[in-house]
Design a protein around this ligand. Structure first.
Ligand SMILES: [Zn+2]
Length: 230
C-alpha cells in the first residue's frame, strides 16, 4: 500500500449522551479542523434521496419494513470515504453500534489508508445534567435562553433582550427524560466501548466543562493520536 495510515488525517468516533455537547464539539471540529461528520442516519437518507445504487438498495429494504443491514451501511461509509480527500479528518456519529460494525469499520478505514485515531466520550454528571436541563426555559418571542437557578431574567418575568413577558419550556426537559436518555445512551454504547477500551483508544473528556475547554481537550487528544505509535 502506498499511503501510510499513521500519517493520514484523524478518524474519530465521538460519543456522548444527549446534553453532553457532542453536536457543538463536532461542529467546532468541522469549522476549525475541516473535518467531515459521517452520520450514518444522514448518509442513508441522502443516498436514498440521491438514488445512488446503495440508496436504491436501502430504499427497497426500508420499504419492506426491514432494518438496513450492516453490508449497506458499510457500503455507504465506503462510498463516503472514497469521496473524502485523504487529508481531511472524519468524525463518526451514531456508528459503530455493534462489535461486528466496529470490525467492519476497521476494514473500511484500512481500505482507505486510514486508521481510527481515537474514541472520545464526552462524559456528563447525571445530577448536574438534570440540573442544567430541567431548569431551562426561553423567551417565547426572541428565544433568549434562561435558567431557573443559573440565569434568571434581571427583572423577574421580563426578557432581558426583548422585554417580552412570555416564556416557554420544552415539555421533555425533565429529570425523568434526562435519566431515560442517559440509560438509552449507555445501552447503545455498552457493546462497543469495551472493544475500543481493550485497544487503548478510548479517552474521556468532561462534557460539563465550558465549551472551549472541552474543545481544547479534544484537540490535545487528536494531536497525541497523530504521533506515531511506538
Ligand atoms: Zn426575548
Amino acid at each position: 500500500m502506498a499511503a501510510q495510515p499513521s500519517t493520514a488525517a484523524p478518524a474519530l468516533i465521538l460519543l456522548g449522551p444527549p446534553g453532553a455537547g457532542k453536536g457543538t464539539q463536532a461542529q467546532l471540529l468541522i469549522e476549525r479542523r475541516g473535518m467531515v461528520q459521517l452520520s450514518t442516519g444522514d448518509m442513508l437518507r441522502a443516498a436514498v434521496a440521491a438514488g445512488t445504487p446503495v440508496g436504491q438498495e436501502a430504499r427497497a429494504i426500508m420499504e419492506r419494513g426491514e432494518l438496513v443491514p450492516d453490508s449497506v451501511v458499510s457500503a455507504l461509509i465506503d462510498e463516503a470515504l472514497g469521496r473524502i480527500p485523504a487529508g481531511q479528518g472524519v468524525i463518526f456519529d451514531g456508528y459503530p453500534r455493534t462489535v461486528a460494525q466496529a470490525e467492519a469499520l476497521d476494514g473500511l478505514l484500512a481500505r482507505h489508508a486510514r486508521r481510527l485515531s481515537r474514541v472520545i466520550e464526552l462524559q456528563v454528571d447525571e445530577e448536574a445534567l438534570i440540573d442544567r436541563i430541567s431548569g431551562r426555559f426561553a423567551c417565547a418571542r426572541c428565544g433568549a435562553g434562561y435558567h431557573d437557578r443559573h440565569k434568571r431574567p434581571r427583572a423577574p418575568g421580563v426578557c432581558d433582550v426583548c422585554g417580552s413577558t412570555e416564556f416557554r419550556r420544552r415539555p421533555d426537559d425533565t429529570a425523568e427524560t434526562v435519566r431515560t436518555r442517559l440509560a438509552e445512551y449507555r445501552a447503545k454504547t455498552a457493546p462497543i466501548l469495551p472493544v475500543y477500551e481493550a485497544r487503548g483508544l478510548v479517552a474521556r473528556v468532561d462534557g460539563m466543562a465550558p465549551i472551549e475547554e472541552v474543545a481544547r481537550a479534544i484537540d490535545r487528544l487528536l494531536v497525541d493520536a497523530d504521533r506515531p505509535h511506538p
